[in-house]
Design a protein around this ligand. Structure first.
Ligand code: TNX
Length: 515
């Protein structure tokens, strides 16, 4: 009997034989939030609106039954799903675990005549890494709250539990702060490629919008990680506070990017609409800059219930190396003193006395180049951990080998689904093992991405490969944790994704199931 197709692969899965039939009289009984989540996925997939009842024992109908229970005591976020004897029982160690069991069940439904079937199975499941992230760049193009919510739903369905929002960059500042209202008043109106003529360009989140995102994410067991990138990627800050920004540093590479991709060269005080990186810097010698940093992160800390504040630190080519080291140390201290855990891209590992709780986010290749692994190891030597985002595997904004023209290709691109899948987290950086890895995160930069349709096309199906790296047991531990198995399992998800309105790229690397 073939094993049911689940992505990300569970810690343990067994086929048992007795299938469950789900029909109009099936009742969902148990924890109300999980029951509502299950009713929603069943409705989307099957069109059936199942009845729900909260208290165990209250059920007395004639149809089949799905029970959802909490059973504390096991590993955080874990669940057990048993389909046997005409019943389904999901027990979660906590609300998140129960929610993940529900997501798994959503993947197991397949049509059988008038009814729907769930194959007989016993699944015991728990995540490998506690941090499983996706990143959305809302700076290069602004993405409205509705799009962010849709992306949260998509990510949570694959058991991701962190949404990193890249809120600021050279092209725009996307979150309103009462302490610094000039940022959104003067620096949020444009994006890559232009301004008012392009309805998907500029914009920002009000404080109410941000709260709405945080609350929606929490309801799907997702933590929001806000990033304000500095000292580079800060041209937009100069539109609001000219005294805090250095003049653009124009290298040959930046001139070349402007020649190839357009958008002109950055000019101090004018919005930047190209895609070059590394020309901007905050004025790191002026104390007013640190007042600015304290205001920005102080207010973000108060708005953000999650433990992390990301301060960027990448590609600061316009900042002298000694200045960069001093700056990132000071910023990491400011964040640590706010009671938050600083997160930074791996370049910040060059600073010797960065706050020792700072998490490093590695964006080099699966086989490191240019000493990027040294920068990353510095965070571990400092007593902290890493988030792995290898760009040539899980940068979701890389082009596919064939198909959509969206995307960039600088990271050894184009990136096939197989390349997104075929890497092992503990093998990326020598000397780093699972205890040094907080988790895995798949970034989606949006220089070429205007809307949810573009997000879906680039993310799906490669986001599923990142989910498996973040959640599932290591590669090599079973025949199921292989590309051959993954492509079959992902293929089986096509109808579910379609029913959820996900416009995935129908890559010819995947044997898509037709219904
Ligand atoms: C690199 S890698 C960036 C971003 C770009 C992205 C495009 C890193 C931390 N920064 O500024 O948007 O490439 O793929």
């Amino acid at each position: 009997m073939p094993l049911p197709a689940v992505v990300p692969l569970p810690a343990s899965i067994e086929a048992t034989g007795t299938a469950f039939t789900l029909g109009a009289t099936t009742v969902i009984e148990g924890e109300p939030d999980a029951a509502a989540a299950l009713a929603a996925v069943v409705r989307a997939r099957t069109g059936l609106s199942l009845g729900t009842t909260d208290g165990p024992g209250e059920y007395s109908g004639s149809g089949t039954r799905i029970s959802l229970r909490l059973a504390p005591g096991r590993a955080a976020e874990s669940y057990r799903l048993v389909v046997a004897d005409g019943e389904i029982l999901i027990t979660g160690a906590d609300a998140a675990g129960l929610f993940y069991g529900v997501q798994t069940l959503g993947q197991l439904l397949s049509p059988a005549g008038e009814d729907w079937i769930v194959p007989g199975t016993v699944i015991e499941d728990a995540p490998r890494f506690s941090y499983r992230g996706v990143m959305l760049d809302v700076a290069r193009h602004f993405h409205p709250v509705s799009t962010v919510k849709a992306y949260i739903d998509r990510a949570a369905s694959l058991k991701f539990n962190a949404l990193h929002l890249h809120l600021t960059d050279d092209q725009g500042w996307r979150v309103h702060l009462d302490s610094r209202p000039e940022l959104t008043a003067l620096a949020s109106g444009t994006a890559v490629g232009g301004g008012a003529a392009d309805q998907h360009s500029g914009g920002f989140y009000s404080k109410a919008d941000y709260r709405e995102i945080v609350e929606y994410a929490a309801s799907r067991h997702v933590t929001v990680v806000p990033e304000v990138d500095m000292p580079g990627h800060t041209h937009a800050v100069g539109l609001a506070y000219p005294n805090l920004a250095e003049a653009p540093a124009l290298s040959d590479e930046i001139r070349e990017t402007a020649r190839v991709h357009g958008g002109g060269l950055p000019v101090a005080g004018s919005p930047y609409q190209g895609i070059a990186v590394g020309f901007s810097s905050l004025n790191v010698h002026d104390e007013a800059t640190y007042d600015f940093v304290a205001d920005v992160f102080g207010e973000l800390a108060a708005m953000t219930p999650g433990p992390y504040l990301h301060f960027g630190g990448d590609e600061a080519l316009g900042t002298a190396p000694e200045d960069f080291a001093t700056f990132v140390s000071r910023v990491s201290d400011i964040i640590a003193h706010l009671g938050k855990i600083p997160v930074a891209w791996h370049e910040a590992g060059a600073a010797r006395d960065i706050a020792d709780t700072t998490i490093g986010q590695y964006w080099g290749y699966v086989s490191p180049t240019d000493g990027m692994d040294d920068r990353a190891r510095a965070f571990v030597a400092n007593g902290s951990q890493l988030i792995l985002s290898p760009a040539d595997a899980i940068y979701l904004d890389m082009k596919y080998p064939a198909g959509p023209s969206l995307g960039l290709d600088w990271a050894n691109g184009p990136t096939s689904v197989e390349r997104a899948y075929t890497w092992e987290p503990s093998a990326v950086i020598a000397g780093i093992d699972d205890t040094d890895i907080l988790g895995v995160e798949a970034p989606l930069w949006t220089e070429t991405v205007h809307d949810l349709a573009g997000i879906d096309l680039l993310a799906f199906p490669r986001i599923a490969a990142a989910a498996e790296a973040a959640w599932s047991p290591p590669t090599g531990t079973s025949e199921l944790r292989t590309w051959a198995s993954f492509r079959e399992r992902v293929g089986a998800l096509g109808p579910l994704w379609s029913s959820l309105g996900i416009g995935f790229h129908p890559s010819d690397e995947i044997p898509w199931v037709a219904e």
